[in-house]
Design a protein around this ligand. Structure first.
Ligand code: FAD
Length: 234
């Protein structure tokens, strides 16, 4: 029997209007970082001590990164395609498997932003400010209408027997997709340093913020050291 993969566990964080990031599995502890480092001396800790916490801070500060690779987070993510394009640029220590628009029909779910903003400043130093309410409402309507019209064209082509892989070419970047994302603590920190950042686009930042909350929950000492290290991954 197969089931549709969807959200709704206690480890789900809702993101944007229809998206989510759910922790589907994890094997990630501060102790694993400590013991990956202590194996150099053929010793191990059975539980975290203050000395071990100091060791994690040292490893983070000195950028001894490999002890932070012995952990595993597996997330199920539902996000708009333009967010996914940014996300999947992160290669080292990340794995992805995504819903295929070649093999199954996509669903009519689109991101319609609440936070409609205007871009101020020069390339490399942009800032963003909310637009007037009337402009916001009009922009939201444009996005919704364009997405619905595109989906109607997609369905018309499917009805005429056009292959899904061809018909999907009309679909917009606002469309939601789903994928599994796995990473280790080190690669997760690198992702968070770049994407849970004021320089990142608002939408991917929301996903990065959700992912970082699981790092904080499962590896509190590592997360605190990451933050203290100006959010630079080791
Ligand atoms: C604010 C922002 C704006 C961006 N704008 C653009 C843009 O305009 N256009 C665009 O194309 N991308 C853009 N990107 C994406 C960016 O270029 C990176 O692809 C993305 O952030 C992933 O970073 P990364 O390569 O460090 O991560 P990963 O792919 O996870 O790699 C992690 C680290 O591994 C090492 N590494 C990985 N692969 C290689 C390799 N082939 N050779 C040597 N070292 C390697 C590097 O040290 C790298 O930092 C932007 C990203 C951000 C955060």
């Amino acid at each position: 029997m197969t089931v549709t993969i969807d959200q709704a566990t206690e480890n789900t964080v809702e993101v944007l209007d229809h998206g989510f990031l759910a922790l589907d599995g994890a094997f990630a502890t501060d102790l694993a970082v400590v013991n990956a480092a202590r194996v150099s001396f053929n010793v191990a800790s059975e539980e975290m001590s203050e000395r071990d916490e100091g060791l994690i801070r040292f490893l983070m500060r000195e950028r001894h990164g490999t002890p932070f690779e012995h952990g595993y987070f597996r997330f199920l993510v539902k996000a708009p395609i333009f967010v996914v394009r940014e996300h999947h640029r992160h290669r080292s220590g990340h794995s992805y498997n995504e819903w295929s628009g070649r093999y199954s029909k996509l669903e009519a779910e689109f991101y319609v932003p609440d936070y409609v903003r205007t871009q101020v400043g020069k390339p490399g130093a942009y800032s963003f400010e909310p637009v007037e309410p009337a402009v916001r409402d009009a922009a939201r309507e444009e996005i919704r209408t364009a997405a619905e019209e595109a989906f109607a064209a997609y369905e018309r082509m499917l009805e005429q027997g056009v292959a899904k892989e061809v018909a999907r070419t009309v679909l917009p970047l606002a469309m939601y997709t789903k994928y599994f994302w796995s990473c280790n603590p080190r690669s997760l920190m690198h992702f968070c340093s770049l994407r849970n950042s004021e320089h990142a686009q608002f939408e991917i930042r929301e996903y990065a913020r959700a992912a970082e909350s699981f790092l904080e929950r499962l590896m509190p000492v590592t997360h605190a050291a990451f933050v203290a290290n100006e959010r630079t991954a080791p």
